[in-house]
Design a binder for this molecule. Structure first.
Ligand SMILES: *Cc1c(COP(=O)(O)O)cnc(C)c1O
Length: 394
């Protein structure tokens, strides 16, 4: 029998829920029609698609016509930022404001736009992992094509003052985009009247399958089309739709929103226990605000060890975790997020991200709190860096 794993990497991806899977199955079997066709199997697929759009809109507090399905969160981020940038340039607006600790889907998009002549301002974040609002107010003006700040950070889980930023952008007539991939399905969001113009989301972060996402485009906001072709997604993103994936996403988000309060209080309890337990280990710090934080995120740094070795040893104990973001694994650069909150390279290298889901159990957290201290001690006993830290204490 396969060893039972303790999966604590839900910020990287989540398991497809039973609800999402069951909603999808008919669309992978008998309801295989093309939603653009006129006959009955096509109409059934179309009905599934439009029901999902209504479910998404209801969950997010917007109009179904403002939901545009696409392939993933990265695609939504690219579309929103490039689209808003090009639309802005036509009106002479060539500045983009973002933060320095965004997901690479945003940061690399901004880098690409810099090469095309846009000026990009990367707002700093404070030691708690919250975007500096002084810098925000200084940077945002009428020359901005778009401001893009993430709703919640994927590595340290910190929640940003999105409402305040969106309101100011509205006042300055600047488009406001938020990468809400970590927030949707986990935090209450009501788009209508929020001042948010563009919002990216991704199904696989809330128990829908991988390879399906959406961009909310507020009614009246004109973005260039992402893919030219057929009339799908009101001609803005052509291509035959991933009907099953979209149906799964509608079902998953509906379920996530309906059980959000219950899930979040359950996760917060386990999160508290986990963070308190990890902080018992000497020379350990919590990364990111303790309070302005997603309910499932714990991110800590252990001085004197290497995160990569820690992950390998946790894996041997059946614990799936992350040392930063999945996108940077394989590279030895420390996480840009951890550096942005002021960690040194050495401390950033000794970091661990554990991200819970509503299916995480207290037994699993107990097991983690048994294994992690042992593994940290073992790694420290072999670490010259740790010896130096201990010596400098005496
Ligand atoms: C996962 C993630 C993305 C990318 O979403 P994909 O669907 O995997 O492309 C973008 N931004 C944030 C904050 C994420 O956590």
């Amino acid at each position: 029998m396969a060893k039972q794993v303790i999966y604590l990497d839900n910020a990287a991806t989540t398991a497809v829920s039973k609800t999402a899977l069951e909603a999808m199955l008919p669309y992978l079997a008998e309801q295989y029609g093309n939603p653009s066709s006129v006959y009955s199997v096509g109409r059934e697929a179309k009905a599934g698609l439009e029901k999902a759009r209504e479910q998404m809109a209801k969950a997010l507090g917007c109009n179904p016509r403002e939901i545009y399905f696409c392939g993933c969160g990265s695609e939504a981020d690219n579309w929103a930022i490039k689209g808003a940038a090009y639309a802005g340039r036509k009106k002479g607006k060539t500045k983009i404001v973002t933060s320095c600790f965004e997901h690479h889907a945003v940061l690399h998009t901004c880098k690409a736009l810099e090469k095309e002549g846009f000026e990009v301002v990367y707002l700093p974040v404070d030691a708690e992992g919250i975007v500096c609002m002084d810098a925000f107010y200084e940077a945002v003006d009428e020359t901005c094509a778009v401001v893009s700040v993430m709703y919640a950070n994927n590595e340290i889980g910190t929640i940003q003052p999105i409402g305040e930023m969106a309101a100011y952008c509205k006042e300055k007539k600047v488009l406001f985009h938020t990468d809400a991939v970590q927030a949707v399905g986990h935090l209450p969001i009501h788009l209508q009247g929020s001042g948010i113009d563009l919002l990216s989301l991704s199904g696989h972060k809330f128990h829908a399958p991988k390879g399906v996402g959406a961009l909310y485009i507020r009614g009246g906001v004109l973005l260039p089309n992402l893919i030219e072709g057929g009339a799908q997604e009101r001609s803005r993103r052509a291509g035959t739709e991933n009907v099953a994936g979209i149906v799964g996403m509608g079902a998953a988000l509906t379920e996530a929103v309906a059980s959000m309060e219950e899930n979040s209080s359950k996760m917060k309890k386990l999160q508290d226990k986990l963070i308190d337990g990890l902080l018992q280990i000497e020379h350990t710090r919590l990364n990111g605000s303790r309070t302005k934080r997603l309910p499932g995120n714990a991110n800590v740094s252990f001085e004197g060890i290497e995160g990569e070795s820690l992950l390998l040893m946790l894996d041997m104990n059946g614990i799936c975790a992350s040392s930063g973001s999945a996108c940077t694994s394989g590279s030895l650069d420390p996480s840009h997020v951890l550096l942005s909150i002021g960690l040194t390279h050495e401390v950033a290298h000794g970091s661990l991200r554990l991200s819970l889901s509503e299916n995480t159990t207290e037994e699993e957290i107990d097991r983690v709190l048994e294994v992690v201290p042992q593994v940290v001690e073992r790694l420290r006993s072999m670490s010259p860096l740790w010896e130096k830290i201990k010596n400098s204490e005496n």
